[in-house]
Write a protein that binds this ligand. Structure first.
Ligand SMILES: Cc1cc2nc3c(=O)[nH]c(=O)nc-3n(C[C@H](O)[C@H](O)[C@H](O)COP(=O)(O)OP(=O)(O)OC[C@H]3O[C@@H](n4cnc5c(N)ncnc54)[C@H](O)[C@@H]3O)c2cc1C
Length: 432
């Protein structure tokens, strides 16, 4: 049982939240010698969105959620019960969605995609380095594939490749020279590379990309943080940040009060409430996604793959095949919509027809924390000079966890200007 009443240990940095982002931040800070206290409401790893995800470390896919295509998809699929992207017509969502639509300009989408992919590339290297250092994150240099089931989509993609623009959805991503080049594969080449697939039109193969385990990543980064002196307080729910005229003076929890020189809010969807209480407004919405874990035999794939038209990812882990997908805004976060779950399973059946499914291990839905401008918050507040926020990583918190931790650690410990990028600033919503 952790301390009740006042907690006297004072840390260099107090981190609120031990999901993928908070755990990686704790790891990067502790490895650089900071004394770190992590406060986590859950009793164990994976209390929030980092409980499960597709596990892709895929810089080529990282982009802001705010793209013109996503706005169109949201409107197009609004009334489709089994669509992969769904916006519930919920009046409470309207202000958030209007900001989202306003941020979805082609120019901004291009600029933010380039910057996020640059960060994701670096983060992928950090993931690999963690594995080299012996951290058991479940990392596997698997490569990844975008699989096209229809000729129409394949042909559209081929034209983009032939234009020399590179992989669509891949933006500026260029894999490292020693990792093999991203290639567009014909149907035969695709099935030769991945014989578990059924009928396909072709694929993009990205040998540089990788996967890791969601909970394994959190557990391993926290373990490393602890080995470097960090203290993790499980079952410790932060009720509020306490603030003086400008600075944060402590945090009040169900297990007493904790203090530090610096405070990092990495509380996923709750970051909104915690920061809002001290005047740092941050519109976050949960974008629901589903995970279906299957115990399988038969022809099981080796390479994680995105079925492009169906927007479903199949990730092979040693003990399961994970199917994941759907982005649902504005609905009931607790509801497990059976039609969407069935659509995900059907995508797996269609793409990987020779699988034998012995049982469903679990079906789960999580809320990706998404900002109204589609880009994460990674920065120091100018209003509260000892408050840093790392939240709203949306679809890509696992991929971007290490680089986020590094940006925070370098900003706080080396005074590097890594926490002052206007596009990621926590103050940007107050300004708008
Ligand atoms: C279906 C699906 C597939 C995905 N696939 C991928 C993928 O392939 N690759 C990828 O990079 N990302 C993927 N993601 C996204 C990724 O999982 C998220 O971006 C990431 O988990 C967010 O991590 P986080 O640490 O910001 O938030 P969370 O994991 O939600 O962590 C926040 C933590 O803060 C704690 N907390 C909250 N409030 C308090 C409080 N008041 N006091 C103390 N603790 C508090 C919570 O208990 C929680 O543990 C996927 C997500 C889903 C749902």
């Amino acid at each position: 049982m952790a301390n009740m009443g006042t907690n006297n240990s004072h840390a260099d940095v107090v981190i609120i939240g031990a999901g993928a982002v908070g755990a990686a931040t704790a790891c990067e800070l502790a490895r650089r010698g900071a004394s770190v206290t992590v406060l986590e409401a859950g009793d164990a790893v994976g209390n929030g969105c980092s409980y499960a995800n597709a596990g892709l470390l895929a810089p080529s896919h990282v982009e802001p959620l705010t793209t013109p295509a996503n706005v169109l998809d949201g409107l197009r699929y609004m009334f489709a019960p089994d669509s992969p992207f769904h916006v519930h017509p919920n009046p409470k969502l309207l202000p958030w969605f209007l900001q989202f639509a306003a941020a979805s300009t082609p120019r901004r989408a291009r600029a933010m995609t380039a910057r996020l992919q640059e960060l994701a590339e670096h983060s992928l290297q950090l993931h690999a380095a963690y594995a080299d250092d012996g951290m058991d994150t479940g990392y596997r240099h698997s490569g990844s594939m975008d699989v096209f089931l229809t000729e129409q989509h394949y042909e559209q993609t081929r034209e983009t490749f032939d234009d020399g623009a590179g992989a669509p959805g891949g933006g500026t991503h260029q894999p490292g020279a020693d990792s093999g080049q991203t290639r567009l594969l014909t149907a035969d080449e695709t099935r030769t590379l991945e014989p578990a697939l059924g009928t396909v039109a072709g694929a993009i193969h990205r040998p540089a990309e990788a996967i890791c385990g969601s909970q394994e990543f959190v557990a391993a980064t926290l373990k490393t943080a602890e080995q470097h002196g960090a203290t993790i307080h499980w079952g410790t729910h932060v009720r509020q940040l306490d603030a003086g005229a400008t600075r944060i003076t402590g945090v009040s929890t169900n297990r007493g009060r904790f203090t530090g020189d610096e405070y990092v809010v990495a509380a996923g969807l709750e970051s909104d409430r915690l920061c809002g209480n001290v005047g740092v407004r941050m519109p976050l919405q949960g974008a629901k996604g589903y995970v279906v874990d299957l115990e399988v035999t038969g022809e099981v794939p080796e390479i994680p793959m995105l079925f492009k038209e169906l927007k479903v990812v199949a990730t092979p882990y040693p003990d399961r095949l994970r199917l994941s997908g759907t982005l649902e805004l504005g609905g009931d976060p607790r509801e497990l919509n059976q039609r969407r779950i069935q659509a995900i399973r059907d995508a797996g059946d269609r793409g990987l027809p020779r699988l034998n499914i012995s049982r469903t291990i679990q079906t789960w839905a999580g809320q990706r924390p998404c900002t109204s401008d589609g880009v994460p918050v990674i920065g120091r507040s100018t209003k509260r000079p000892n408050l840093t926020v790392t939240a709203g990583h949306g679809m890509w918190g696992l991929t971007l966890g290490p680089v986020t931790g590094e940006l925070v650690a370098r900003g706080l410990l080396e005074a590097a200007p890594t926490l002052h990028e206007a596009a990621f600033s926590p103050d940007r919503f107050s300004r708008s």
